[in-house]
Ligand binder design. Structure first.
Ligand code: DX5
Ligand code: ZN
Length: 222
């Protein structure tokens, strides 16, 4: 009963050259990226530190493709609002990092942005039952958050299948994104499990020819 969903490829800037972020965004968009995935780490929720809303705001001028902000921060609300105002199109957070998940979702949507929930490998999808009407994106982590270049955790496939069932039952237009260890040789398995949006950091930025990798991903999805 599921209808064909257009796949989106969202390169993660985490593996880009931070000294040339504007050029990297342009290069990866020219290579066929649909979204830009922007990993925000606070050295508190995860043991790493990346970039904040000012960098998002600066990059906003360099591209018209959606900026997909993945907040790995605690607390969430002030930064979620700051990223909405910095030009993010989608702002996703980990429900275990927010004291009041429903309120945080409302806050993002009140800013006119799409709101997403992110589930770590060991985090159940239970909260979706209660807030699905306020969710625009479900992000299933296929690695533990904090670093690029890790290996895909297979249990994410079962979680994607379950998330797909929940989304389809809701009848709402909700994207199902997978993040971590995605490469041309496993992207199809994630798609078959129900994902329609694919984050890839090291697989794309770790290669000299971004277009060759994105094209290989699209061929695998075709
Ligand atoms: C990890 C980040 C990912 C990361 C993925 O915490 O959320 O977006 O960039 O990197 P790869 O594709 O290298 O696993
Ligand atoms: Zn991410």
């Amino acid at each position: 009963m599921s209808t064909p969903r257009r796949h989106r490829i969202a390169p993660s800037l985490l593996s880009a050259d931070f000294a040339r972020l504007g050029d990297e965004v342009k290069a990866v968009v020219d290579a066929g990226a649909d979204w830009i995935h922007f990993d925000v780490m606070d050295n508190h929720y995860v043991p790493n530190l990346t970039f904040g809303p000012m960098v998002c705001h600066a990059l906003r001028r360099h591209t018209t493709v959606p900026i997909d902000v993945h907040l790995m921060v605690h607390p969430v609300d002030a930064l979620a609002q700051a990223f909405c105002q910095a030009g993010a199109d989608l702002v996703s957070f980990h429900p275990d990092a927010s004291t009041h998940v429903d309120r945080t979702l409302q806050l993002i949507r009140a800013e006119g942005r799409h709101a997403g929930l992110v589930f770590n490998p060991a985090t159940p999808l239970d909260v979706l039952e209660w807030v699905i009407d306020k969710v625009d994106l479900v992000l299933v982590m296929s690695v533990n958050p904090g670093f690029g270049g890790q290996s895909f955790i297979d249990s994410a496939l079962r979680k994607l299948e379950r998330a797909r069932r929940i989304i389809d039952a809701s009848g709402r237009d909700i994207r199902l994104e997978v993040d971590g260890g995605i490469k041309p040789d496993n992207i199809r398995r994630a798609a078959d499990a129900g994902a329609d949006t694919f984050v890839a950091g090291s697989a794309i930025f770790g290669q000299p020819d971004y277009k060759a990798v994105i094209d290989a991903m699209r061929r695998a999805l075709a």
